[in-house]
Design a protein around this ligand. Structure first.
Ligand code: BV8
Ligand code: ZN
Length: 257
């Protein structure tokens, strides 16, 4: 998507108000990693364009055709190996240092927030670097396993699966709890680069709204969340997050001068 399509300017009121928010909660989706060259799930060039989610990202898909599902993750891991953090990832890492309370929740499994320097990342759907044995449950981040061409096996003989949360699977309890608590307690919630279709992650912005937070959505497209947002910054994550962080920085500098 070409960035000249969007003006990428902040509403004046937001530029003024941004520094007054004390607890900021951010939910990111595949859109923030699109600028790192990773395909999204539901965009026209998205990962699912060729398959439906159920065909690949579910346990029974893996049991039905382990090699196909493994190959799909293997491809994504290869693409990820050559990727670097985007301007959006980097801006969030800076903001985390500036804000008094900052919670970053991600649906992404690419680890790019951590690569950008974010310290406190809540991963709701797991991480591509992790593999888990179907039989004994032992986990491995060994690159031999992660990048193996064929489905690798554990020393117990069981098959390894990618350490991500598939459709129909529970999210890591503690991470989901922490994300919900942050949504309840924040005064500013940003939904960045997500189509807001996958639950329970997609419920977080509504929880924040119910508790009185201001909601900003950053997405070039309109989503089901857009009508509920106080601000829809229609454009790219990198451009808008950079603007928000520099507005935040200059306001802090001004207030301390
Ligand atoms: C659960 C990990 C309890 C693996 C993923 C029937 C049966 C069972 C469950 C359900 C059911 N019906 C509904 C459900 C619940 C289901 C669900 O929500 N389904 C949806 C599709 C309706 N959820 C679950 O199953 C969850 N578990 O509920 O457990 C349970 C248990 C048993 C039975 C019932 C319930 C598990 C959900 C997690 C699934 N795992 N991925 C992997 O990555 O391979 S989901 C997958 O979608 C990714 O994690 C991804 O993060 C997530 C969300 O997608 P997005 O990040 O939003 O990406 P998308 O492409 O959609 O959108 C990108 C956006 O970016 C677009 O809007 C685009 O405009 C924008 N964009 C593009 N460029 C930019 C940009 N934005 C900014 N800047 C740019 N430059
Ligand atoms: Zn095992």
């Amino acid at each position: 998507m070409s960035s000249e399509k969007f003006s990428h300017a902040l509403p004046r009121e937001l530029t003024q108000d941004i520094v007054k928010y004390r607890h900021i909660c951010v939910l990111t989706g595949a859109g923030i990693s699109a600028e790192s060259g990773l395909a999204t799930f539901r965009g026209k060039d998205g990962l699912w364009a060729k398959f439906r989610p159920e065909e690949l990202a579910s346990l029974d898909a893996f049991m039905r055709n382990s090699e196909l599902v493994w190959e799909w993750y293997q491809h994504r891991r290869q693409v990820l190996r050559a990727s670097k953090a985007s301007a959006g990832h980097l801006a969030l890492a800076v903001w985390e240092q500036l804000a008094s309370e900052f919670t970053l929740v991600t649906q992404n499994v690419d680890g790019l927030h951590q690569l950008a320097g974010s310290r406190n990342v809540i991963e709701l759907h797991g991480n591509l670097q992790v593999n888990r044995c179907l039989n004994c449950g032992s986990e491995s981040t060994d690159v031999e396993i992660t990048f193996s061409e064929r489905v690798p096996h554990c020393h117990c003989g069981g098959k390894f699966r990618p350490g991500v949360v598939w459709f129909g699977e529970m999210l890591p309890e503690a991470n989901l709890e922490r994300a919900m608590t942050a949504a309840e307690n924040c005064d500013l919630f940003l939904s960045v680069g997500t189509s807001s279709q996958v639950y329970p992650a997609a419920a977080l912005p509504a929880i924040a709204l119910d508790h009185g937070a201001i909601l900003i959505e950053i997405n070039p497209e309109v989503t089901s969340l857009t009508p509920l947002a106080h601000y829809h910054l229609q454009g790219e994550a990198g451009a808008y997050l950079r603007l928000l962080v520099s507005a935040y920085e200059s306001k802090i500098a001004h207030d301390h001068s």
